[in-house]
Design a protein around this ligand. Structure first.
Ligand SMILES: [Zn+2]
Length: 415
């Protein structure tokens, strides 16, 4: 097992080049404080709230500072407050901050009670002034508090200190692995609209030439390429040609037996799903992973995006083998995130429910419009979150999953 892990790591790093890791902010955090990171990863502002006296508290602790109650739950909170004082770091022992001085921090009194220390956006007015505090993931993947003036909203593209917490598609070179589906096409259109510099779109080697797919090539910066995730030689060639220029990899390849009307046996369908949804992602990461680590080391903001069914979290019996392949891909995405973290490469998972397309025309609403998914993906990249639950269906399933995975499993087994 250890040998297998070492081999995989070796393969991951290309087995050829050792990439320089970037200076990162300090990352150790106590288990209780990881609640901040969990909220930041989902793009929401949450603080601990005492269930006995209802007070919010910060920093996170095992018990309530007001009544010593032990029932503390992470709840959505209002980030509005007043900047009491501010200062700037001009020196730091940490190389990440030393490279970015002066770095502003402020003391903020939140309207809901706690006083917090937060990173301060450069264009926040001098104290005292009203500010909004939000949670973002820093370059180490750690949840940190960021304050900005009430007129601004995060992410702030013009603000280097905060924009590097995300990976806005504007002016970036992006690989979208499959542009043949409605979702793939919606994502390419959204990226072009966001001002992406280059968008390489896989699907050019397919025999079917859908008019919507062919229309993508007329968009600015778009180039159709032949990309086959099941063919390691093809992946190696494409990584050699494009890898050094790609800032963002978006894997849109999906195989689903539900949409498959052929006479394949269940085992053959499951094999296709695993080959594309799991092994395809693995091949992609083996070839493009080392390239984007290297690109990140050269100072570019780099990200990796996976599209995953919400049934990656819990199996839906009507899509049993497909759900299993998505669970495998989800697990691999967590490994990728861990492996990429030291190189400051962000991994974003976009979870979706039934898509509003021809394959799902018989499925009752709510269904997710491809354009909505694309919009959520672009916003998630810009903000730098790790998990996006796109649309009402995926959000509902995620909420029920968090509440009790076993109850959800039982509910789905009777649907
Ligand atoms: Zn309390």
């Amino acid at each position: 097992m250890i040998v297998a892990c070492v081999l995989l790591q070796h393969y991951w790093s290309g087995g050829r080049v050792v990439h320089q890791k970037k200076p990162l902010p300090p990352s150790p955090r106590s288990r209780i404080a990881l609640g901040l990171t969990s909220a930041a990863a989902r793009g929401v502002f949450e603080l601990q709230q005492c269930q006995e006296c209802s007070k919010f508290q910060y920093p996170p602790a095992e018990m309530c500072r007001h009544c010593l109650g032990e029932q503390l739950i992470w709840c959505r909170a209002d980030g509005a407050g007043k900047l009491l004082s501010e200062t700037a770091l001009h020196h730091s022992q940490n190389q990440f901050y030393a490279d970015r001085t002066p770095w502003r921090i402020g003391l903020i009194q939140l309207n809901i009670g706690p006083t917090v220390v937060a990173h301060l956006a450069h264009d926040a007015e001098l104290s005292p002034c009203p500010v909004i505090v939000d949670l973002r993931l820093d370059r180490s993947g750690r949840g940190v508090l960021v304050a900005t003036s009430q007129q601004d909203t995060l992410p702030m593209p013009g603000n280097k200190q905060h924009s590097e917490m995300g990976c806005d598609p504007e002016s970036r070179s992006i690989l979208v692995t499959d542009g043949q589906s409605d979702v793939g096409q919606a994502i390419v259109r959204a990226l072009a609209q966001s001002g992406a510099k280059n968008i390489w779109v896989g699907g050019g080697n397919s025999a079917s030439k859908d008019t919507n797919f062919m229309a993508l090539e007329k968009l600015p910066g778009v180039e159709i390429i032949g990309l086959d995730l099941t063919n390691p030689n093809n992946m190696q060639e494409q990584a050699k040609m494009l890898g050094d220029r790609v800032d963002i990899v978006i894997n849109t390849v999906q195989a689903c037996s539900v949409a498959n009307t052929s006479s394949l046996t269940e085992t053959q369908q499951a094999s296709t799903e695993i080959e594309l949804n799991y092994l395809g992602l693995l091949h992609l990461a083996q070839e493009f992973g080392p390239k984007i680590k290297h690109r990140s080391g050269q100072g570019h903001s780099v990200a990796w995006v996976n599209l995953l069914s919400i049934f990656a979290l819990t199996n839906h019996p009507s899509q049993g083998t497909y759900s299993a392949s998505q669970a495998a891909a989800f697990s691999l995405s967590q490994y990728l995130r861990s492996d990429f973290q030291a190189y400051a490469v962000k991994v974003l998972n976009v979870f979706f429910g039934p898509i509003d397309d021809i394959a799902n025309e018989l499925i009752p609403p709510p269904k997710l419009a491809p354009d909505r998914l694309a919009k959520d993906l672009v916003a998630g990249l810009a903000r730098g979150v790790e998990d996006v639950y796109s649309g009402e269906f995926a959000q509902e399933i995620y909420s029920r999953y968090r509440e009790d995975p076993k109850i959800l499993e039982k509910e789905l087994s009777h649907e």
